[in-house]
Ligand binder design. Structure first.
Ligand code: HEC
Length: 458
């Protein structure tokens, strides 16, 4: 009955008076058109608040269209009173607003070496928005947590594709009761867009995006951590330093929670040509998990020396960044001599964590925060064109039949996987319902490996 109610919610969309904001996606990098996975380009790190149409989108499944008039939030499990709240009922609770960074756990995955499967995000699966909604704590207090309460499980109106597991995630009660953990119905002063979770999403400041469940319809209070696929198998990182390219021991992994300290250079961009002897602005954004950013430093000599950048001085920073908003930083650098130069930026948090120069590898490509490096050329004016985009090869008929029923070629063509990784990826997709005949299997692996192997250029 739960499924059919969710279907109803989705199918009866558009008959609503409370509409989701529908921003146009301006100049985004499309990692997958459907399901929708959109990345913000590097110049987005110039804005203190990311405009809605520039805010990255990560979707495991197709975007549901929820009818707000029929929507209800069900609260149950280890509580004294079950609740069933309409949107106006929920909005009667005190409204709270906070700026905060939302970053996908897999942001930076496309930079991992050796390469790992998954959406190949580089820098922009992150954005900074002003979230508004109610405290999750207020809802949980109205329901009355029992002493057995340990984890809070969110489920949304989204439906799994094929036989894939449903996307559900739980967070510990400690984080759920934090006054900054919200159920948000607004983003930058407007109703959430469908892509960003209309009508309600979790806001778990300082923690990775997998905890910020979208399209929330149900909150279940559990006496343990949730045991579904997206807690027990996906979104886990090793609790020890993993060997690059090696499998990790599943018993020694933990769910992805807090974000890591990170900075990104918005300007100049890779390949820029800068005049010698003239000061050039170097700027970007920096953020961290629960401990705020303390400082950002820039190096122009491969990391031998570092100089401090100024925080919050850029145009557009019109109010205090708060504990979880990102900080715009800027400084100037004068190229001393013609030739190539390497610019790097590193952020440090108040708790003493620093961005690493060397990448910390894990097999799913989570929480990448290696120092951003930008290569510039001092001497001649003008910006050179980047390398031409590589055309996607024609998919043979077996691959079209087996692979293009649920998503497009884009999600496949973004990968750079070894033969063994493609074998595993194929098994995962077969498990989710991809129609691969045993006769076609090895030809399919060969095709995928030949065109989308680690050595293929993008
Ligand atoms: C039954 C539907 C379905 C079919 C058929 C299917 N896929 Fe997928 N695939 C998905 C979904 C859904 C996702 C997105 C999962 C996510 O974002 O969490 C996905 C994601 C992917 C990804 C991104 C990495 C990942 O694991 O999320 C790759 C690569 C991929 N599919 C390859 C393939 C190939 C190759 C085939 C053909 C053999 C195929 N898929 C057929 C449903 C399907």
């Amino acid at each position: 009955m739960r499924l059919s109610r969710r279907h109803l919610l989705v199918l009866s969309a558009f008959a609503t008076s409370l509409r989701a904001g529908e921003p146009v996606k301006r100049g985004m990098i499309v990692r997958s058109a459907r399901p929708e996975d959109l990345e913000m380009p590097l110049d987005g790190f110039r804005d203190w608040i990311t405009p809605l149409e520039r805010f990255f989108v990560r979707s495991h499944v197709y975007t549901p269209a929820v009818d707000a008039a029929q929507w209800k939030l069900e609260v149950g499990g280890e509580v004294r009173n079950r609740l069933s709240l309409t949107l106006p009922e929920l909005q009667r609770l005190p409204k709270v607003e906070l700026p905060g960074v939302l970053e996908c756990a897999g942001n930076g995955r496309g930079l991992f070496q050796p390469t790992v499967p998954g959406i190949q995000w580089e820098y922009g699966a992150v954005g900074n928005a002003v979230w508004a909604g109610v405290r999750l704590r207020d809802v949980l207090e109205n329901a009355g947590l029992r002493a057995s309460a340990r984890d809070i499980l969110f489920d949304g109106a989204d439906l799994p594709i094929g036989k894939m597991p449903d996307f559900r995630r739980s967070i510990p009660v400690r984080k759920a009761l934090h006054p900054d953990t919200l159920l948000a119905y607004q983003m930058n002063g407007r109703p959430l867009s469908r892509s960003h979770g209309f009508p309600l999403r979790a806001v778990v400041p300082g923690w990775a995006g997998d905890c910020w469940v979208k399209w929330v319809t149900s909150i279940q209070v559990l006496d343990r951590e949730y045991e579904g696929f997206f807690m027990r198998t996906a979104y886990r990182i090793p609790t020890y330093a993993a060997q690059p390219g090696q499998a990790v021991d599943p018993a020694r992994t933990a769910p992805v929670t807090e974000l890591r300290v990170k900075s990104v250079i918005a300007s100049p961009q890779d390949g820029a040509r800068l005049a010698v002897g003239k000061p050039h602005a170097v700027s970007g954004a920096a953020w961290s998990g629960e401990s705020p950013v303390d400082r950002v430093e820039v190096s122009a000599d491969g990391g031998r020396s570092w100089f401090g950048a100024e925080l919050d001085r850029s145009a557009g920073t019109h109010r205090a960044p708060g504990r979880y908003g990102w900080r715009l930083w800027s400084t100037h650098w004068t190229p001393p001599a013609p030739g190539p130069h390497l610019l790097m930026a590193r952020a440090m948090s108040v708790s003493g964590a620093a961005q690493p120069l060397e990448p910390a590898w894990n097999p799913s490509g989570y929480l990448g925060n290696t120092v951003h490096r930008v290569r510039v050329e001092a001497g001649r004016a003008g910006t050179p064109a980047g390398p031409p985009a590589r055309p996607v090869p024609a998919f043979p008929v077996e691959a079209r039949t087996a692979c293009l029923g649920c998503h497009g070629e884009d999600i496949i063509a973004g990968q750079r996987l070894t033969r063994a990784q493609w074998e595993r990826e194929l098994d995962k997709m077969i498990g989710w319902g991809a129609p691969v005949t045993p006769a076609d299997r090895s030809a399919l692996v060969e095709f995928l490996f030949r065109h989308f192997g680690p050595a293929s250029h993008r």
